[in-house]
Design a protein around this ligand. Structure first.
Ligand SMILES: [Zn+2]
Length: 260
């Protein structure tokens, strides 16, 4: 039996797990909560380029997934992704894909243990990481195993990617926060659909108002990507999960439980 689990919330990262395939696998979706010391952020300071959100303080989530390595900073999780996966008897080398929403450090700090995984990344971000010097804000250190001699396999995506070819898991192009930013659409057997934002939006208020953080790569792309997400969500009746928004993470069951 092949298992496909897509951890969802927190760092905007995603991946699947696979064992020996006998029958068509069922896709499930879970969130891995590893604890955080994150303090409230005044989102008016950096998360708007139009001086919005006056006095709005939000505690962002930095859960687990492929995000910050445990102990690396106050926002980092208390437990690592490898330890959490061990709870369901999955070793990192069994994972077939690691997909990242974008190249920022809080989404890429725990990639290294996934030794056999193909990296799914937007081409704009891959180009930013591999540029000399790397693009501003790109955390190339997180990708060292996918660069240089004997590097692991990379798919630099210029288009959406239907990961399993059956529409259940699709990497969606949502550039703007970074040049190659991706979001993730997951369609489950039950008919429940989920759209995971990555950092296409950081909190509900900027998603709803097409707000653009001051540090985004491209304003027009950001607004267009949020518009795309809203249309997808409406057409597929998908639940949008804004992955840094503490108020959104309860929309998915906590690992090891999963939406099916
Ligand atoms: Zn980011």
């Amino acid at each position: 039996m092949k298992t496909r689990i897509w951890p969802a919330i927190g760092a905007g990262a995603l991946f699947s797990l696979s064992a020996v395939a006998q029958t068509a696998p069922e896709v499930t979706l879970t969130r891995i909560e590893c604890g955080t010391g994150a303090k409230p952020t005044n989102v008016a300071e950096r998360f708007t380029d139009t001086f919005a959100y006056k006095d709005l303080n939000l505690t962002f989530t930095f859960s687990c997934y492929l995000g910050f390595a445990p102990g690396s900073n106050p926002n980092a999780p208390k437990v690592g992704i490898v330890e959490r996966l061990a709870e369901v008897k999955v070793k990192p080398e069994q994972v077939k894909y690691v997909g990242i929403s974008h190249f920022h450090a809080d989404h890429t700090g725990q990639l290294s243990p996934f030794a056999n995984a193909t990296l799914l990344i937007g081409k704009g971000d891959w180009d930013g990481i591999t540029a000399i010097p790397p693009m501003q804000g790109a955390n190339e250190a997180g990708f060292k195993d996918w660069m240089g001699a004997n590097h692991r396999k990379v798919e630099a995506l210029t288009l959406d990617k239907d990961v399993w070819g059956d529409g259940t898991v699709m990497v969606i192009r949502t550039p703007g926060h970074t040049p190659g930013h991706s979001s993730l659409l997951v369609r489950l057997k039950s008919g429940n659909n989920f759209l995971l934002s990555g950092d296409a939006a950081h909190f509900r208020e900027n998603y709803e108002s097409n707000g653009v953080p001051a540090f985004n790569y491209d304003r027009a792309q950001t607004v267009a990507s949020i518009e795309r997400m809203k249309k997808i969500a409406a057409n597929l009746n998908a639940t949008v999960i804004i992955q840094h928004d503490l108020r959104d993470i309860g929309k998915l069951p906590a690992f090891p439980a999963a939406a099916k």
